[in-house]
Ligand binder design. Structure first.
Ligand code: G3P
Ligand code: MG
Length: 262
């Protein structure tokens, strides 16, 4: 279920970590979110060809890695067609800035380790169609990996996806972990149905109508918005009373929340 409505103090969520200041979905990015005091780190999980869960957003690796240098013949192939050993050879930091050269693609466990005892983690199931079985792999990791078990016990882990089927599969495998449906805010009947298995919804802030906030809340669901990087938009979302704001700049949002707090 959702937590109490907190008016103008939404949770601060680092989108792919603090991806405005460090390479997205990497340990340096996750660490920055923790340093900035973000409430939660958002990241995207996929499955390698040999079944290792790794943290990566895009379907292909060209934008954020040196895949064109390392595997020139396979650069445009789905990132899930590479083995974990192959993915581990890629540089996932240099695309962002030279100082991050040598940064590797993280495994799923790395975000739990980077989060530490206070920061929560939102794992998004990304491209589940290309990551067959990712729901079971994630459920097993959250249950059995010591890096995750404490976080789950303290309810510091939430799982989200655009894909309802994948999300419901995960929810049936790990009912102790709250799930969030990502997408447009649907009609009231659909919201009520979502509320039977989801804790909340995550939606694009640019498509959020003010009346949606009350409709989501009336359905008993929490409301998170992405990806809010402009301070004026951050203020607008705080005024609407959303429960969480996902941003590439948790440092900016933390400062704003402190300045406008009750
Ligand atoms: O979880 C919110 C947001 O991350 C969803 O979009 O494409 O950034 O994963 P995307
Ligand atoms: Mg995401």
């Amino acid at each position: 279920g959702r937590g109490p409505a907190r008016g103008r103090t939404p949770d601060v969520v680092g989108h792919r970590g603090s991806s405005g200041l460090a390479p997205e979905n990497t340990v340096p990015s996750f660490r920055l979110s923790r340093v900035h005091g973000a409430d939660r780190i958002e990241t995207d999980v996929q499955l390698s060809a040999d079944g290792e869960p790794f943290l990566f957003h895009d379907d292909i690796a060209t934008r954020t890695t040196d895949v064109e240098q390392v595997f020139p013949d396979r650069a445009g192939d789905p990132v899930t067609s590479f083995t974990w050993a192959e993915l581990s050879r890629l540089d996932a930091g240099a695309y962002f800035a030279r100082e991050f050269t040598g940064t590797r693609i993280p495994s799923l466990r790395d975000v739990a380790l980077a989060a530490g005892p206070r920061t929560q983690v939102n794992v998004e199931l990304k491209s589940p169609a290309n990551s067959s079985g990712v729901e079971q792999v994630l459920a097993d990791a959250l249950r059995h990996d010591p890096a995750w078990r404490g976080l789950v016990a303290r309810r510091h882990v939430v799982v989200s996806s655009f894909d309802s089927g994948s999300l419901r599969t995960f929810a049936s495998l790990a009912p102790e972990v709250p799930v969030l449906q990502i997408g447009a805010i649907p009609d009231d009947a659909t919201l009520a149905e979502w509320a039977t298995w989801a804790a909340g919804v995550v939606t694009n802030h640019l498509r959020l109508a003010p009346e949606d906030v009350q409709r989501v809340r009336r359905a008993g669901l929490s409301l998170s918005v992405y990806t809010v990087n402009d301070p004026a938009q951050m203020r607008a979302m705080m005024a609407l009373g959303v429960d969480a704001i996902i941003t590439d700049f948790p440092d900016v949002l933390m400062r704003l929340r402190r300045d406008t707090g009750p």
